[in-house]
Design a protein around this ligand. Structure first.
Ligand code: AMP
Ligand code: MG
Length: 499
């Protein structure tokens, strides 16, 4: 009996062995832990922990924090670094993999849904390629703020479970306090995971991977006679839907490399991402995206390009006859356009407060955006002001524009259009406020939070921003200052991967 008690895990935070262990050893490395000097909890997302079946109390304990810092592992659970490849800015890299990340187990929610729990910044693995495997406090806080804001906006995304400081220094352009983020995702299967095995012509692994992906994300396809083609179609649909959601809130991912695009259709990898302030389709923030490959308006095109790379890897599974496989894959890819436009157009109508469909609606939306681009008007403010103006014939939106004559002409068209619907003004305004957020993680605010934490060890601004962004659609009159776009001197022009 004593023996049993001694073997029993001392701290069970609720993590379970990863399903990925059911796949052959060439899918991952059983990575050793790389302990840090002085782990300290910055923030634990208690609500998320509970939602996914973890124990927030145990996670906040000393032993729990050791697990979140990669200093210990949940007893009985082997940490894994996953293998993947990917196209980075169009260039194929046959081996990337978790070079600074560690899958520390799975969480199982009450309904049985499984989630990967992964540390980022947890130290070197066999995939580190000469880099340090660590992360700085800045990027860790950015990931916390932006991923949780995305979740509150209702956009499929990896979540943040916790942020931990390491008591160590990481060296980037300047020395930075080290930190580790624990993220939660439906899985970390990426297009790049398929590319890894396709590049090695390992058809057996591809088949196992595809079937694992189906079990995990699309179990309804299990008995589909064309399940691998159906998997491709399902991923196309999920990513089309995801990018449409990004576009509707002005989100720019920044590094849509194939290793950063998930099979589940969730947003992952919050590196140089940013929300657009002033609307312009060519907006780019990432310091490494000199040519604007991942500019705002290019995101749907890039998604299709990435999905074509996924399709290539699946050809041998789709049909032994290559010509037939290519034909089927092409047809599947041609479905992207409709899969993107349907939610995008529906979303645009909702943003304009339109409950019915008229042929001119999309032109009305495009003209509003063009006016915004010409006058450099803030995307989020404009749609929120229009929501408020819908209630009371106000002139809030007008006050944002400098070309008032053009704006007035547009507003007259919009007023005439909504007058043709039977929805009441208050209902319309309410519906618009439910899709046009008031609070987004504006870059200058994210920077401010990072500066306070990094330069002054002050986490109060971070806490405050996270709390405001948890209710993006609500009026929070005490937090009006978070609504304001950046003043010219506050504008953040470049964002960095920088982990
Ligand atoms: P990302 O830019 O986050 O998509 O990462 C691309 C690749 O670079 C992945 O294989 C990462 O694991 C690797 N990587 C990025 N930063 C580091 C780092 N500090 N240490 C080790 N590997 C890294
Ligand atoms: Mg990545």
């Amino acid at each position: 009996m004593d023996q049993l008690a001694a073997d029993r895990p001392r701290t069970d935070v609720g993590l379970r062995p990863s399903s990925y262990l059911g796949l052959p050893e060439r899918f991952y490395q059983r990575a050793p832990l790389a302990p840090v000097a002085a782990p300290k909890l910055i923030k634990l997302n208690e609500r998320l922990a509970t939602e996914i079946g973890l124990d927030p109390k145990a996670l906040a304990s000393e032993e729990g924090v050791a697990i979140l810092a990669g200093n210990a592992s949940q007893p009985g659970v082997t940490p894994l670094a996953l293998a993947y490849a990917g196209h980075q800015f169009g260039q194929f890299v046959p081996q990337l993999g978790d070079g600074r990340a560690l899958l520390i187990g799975e969480a199982v929610a009450a309904g049985g849904r499984r989630f990967d729990v992964q540390l980022k910044g947890s130290g070197r693995t066999q995939f580190s390629r000469g880099a340090d495997g660590r992360a700085g406090l800045g990027p860790v806080l950015r990931e916390y703020v932006v991923s949780e804001a995305m979740a509150a906006l209702g956009i499929p995304t990896a979540r943040t479970l916790a942020a931990v400081s390491t008591g160590e220094t990481v060296w980037r352009e300047t020395p930075q306090p080290g930190a580790i983020v624990a993220r939660v995702a439906a899985s970390h299967l990426r297009i790049g995971t398929f590319q890894y095995f396709a590049a090695r012509q390992d058809e057996e692994a591809l088949r196992l991977l595809a079937d694992h992906a189906i079990e995990r994300h699309y179990p309804e396809l299990r008995d589909d006679p064309e399940r691998h083609l159906s998997l491709l179609k399902a991923v196309i649909a999920a990513q089309a839907q995801l990018v449409a959601r990004w576009m509707l809130v002005g989100f720019i991912h920044g590094v849509m490399n194939t290793d950063n695009m998930t099979i589940s259709g969730e947003t992952i990898d919050y590196g140089p991402c940013a929300f657009m302030d002033a609307y312009h389709p060519a907006t780019v923030f990432s310091s490494i995206d000199a040519r604007g490959r991942y500019a705002y308006a290019n995101q749907p095109n890039i998604a299709v390009w990435n999905l074509a790379r996924l399709a290539e890897t699946l050809l041998p599974l789709i049909d032994p006859d290559e010509d037939k496989a290519i034909e089927a894959a092409k047809e599947a890819l041609s479905g992207f356009q409709a899969a993107y436009e349907e939610p995008f157009h529906a979303g645009v109508r909702r943003k304009l407060g339109l409950a019915t469909e008229e042929p001119e609606d999309l032109a009305l939306a495009a003209d509003f955006l063009n006016l915004m681009a010409e006058d450099g008007v803030d995307f989020t403010l404009a749609f929120r002001a229009l929501s408020d103006d819908a209630a009371d014939d106000g002139a809030r939106t007008r006050s944002l524009f400098t070309s008032v004559e053009d704006f007035d002409a547009w507003m007259a068209r919009w007023r005439a259009r909504i007058a043709r619907e039977s929805v009441g003004a208050a209902d319309r305004a309410g519906a618009m406020r439910a899709v046009n957020p008031k609070y987004i993680p504006r870059n200058h605010r994210v920077e401010e939070v990072i500066r306070a934490a990094v330069d002054r060890n002050d986490f109060a601004p971070f806490e405050s921003l996270v709390a405001v962004l948890a209710r993006p659609f609500d009026e929070q009159p005490e937090h009006e200052e978070y609504v304001r776009p950046p003043a010219p001197e506050e504008r953040v022009l470049r964002t960095f991967c920088g982990t």
